[in-house]
Design a protein around this ligand. Sequence first.
Ligand code: IPE
Ligand code: IPE
Ligand code: MG
Length: 262
Amino acid sequence: MRLEAVGLSRGLEYTDAELAQRSLDRSRLPRHIAIIMDGNGRWAQQKGLPRIEGHRRGVKSVRCVVEECSRLGLEQLTLYCFSNENWKRPRRELILLMALLKQYVIEERREIMRQGLKFRVIGKVEELDPIIQKEIRKTEEVSAGNNGMTLCLAVNYGARQEITEAVRRIAVLAAEGKIDPAEITEETVESSLMTAGMSDPDLVIRTASELRVSNFLLWQISYAELWVTDRHWPDFREPDLHTACRDFAARDRRFGGLSETK
Ligand code: IPE
Ligand code: IPE
Ligand code: MG
């Protein structure tokens, strides 16, 4: 198959009537959802399976959720796949996780093009296996001209490391006299982050119950709505996503101000 930059996602999107059947209203949907996909290991342990089986099954959830977010007409979906701190895991699990990532990036290219997705990766990609780096870059390149949803994977990502790196870059510019420290604004910081040019998440979903953000997008989620479910990631499916979206629609986002109805 020739991989051309196309934008088929518009044809896949739900109509307003189809959204209404799911009790969803387009004007109240989040534009950008970020997901902390957690609980793969616990899902497997509960079933007496090795942890990696949970990761494997988690890929199926990724496929379902990516396609559903595309149908919902989201601007962006960001998935937390591997944190800077996840290197603390046993070597065997790391090898299998990296093999799964490589397989996903290669196998999913066709589907990314079919859905017209723009594929992006944030995180220290340069520290990954060169073959994975190459496959990531290839998928980013072939999908760059698509006009559907942005699918952003956070791989070897850590928000503190991202912010530290941004500070370092700005400091270099200041030291070289290219930027006046007095003129450093929020926009300066934002444009130095790995997410430069992306919108902030409106909704952060975390599966498997933990009430923490685990070094994910600390700057970008300042005003995101948080939604936590006890469902483990391998069991997370479209109806769970719809529930999260309906709960989001009912939230009163005040951004420090007062509610519009007050
Ligand atoms: C999330 O599942 C996937 C990654 C962090 C790579 P976990 O592997 O953290 O699963 P639990 O939290 O141990 O159940
Ligand atoms: C967060 O999950 C990272 C990813 C989902 C990739 P973890 O399982 O690593 O988080 P903690 O250790 O429970 O905080
Ligand atoms: Mg976990």
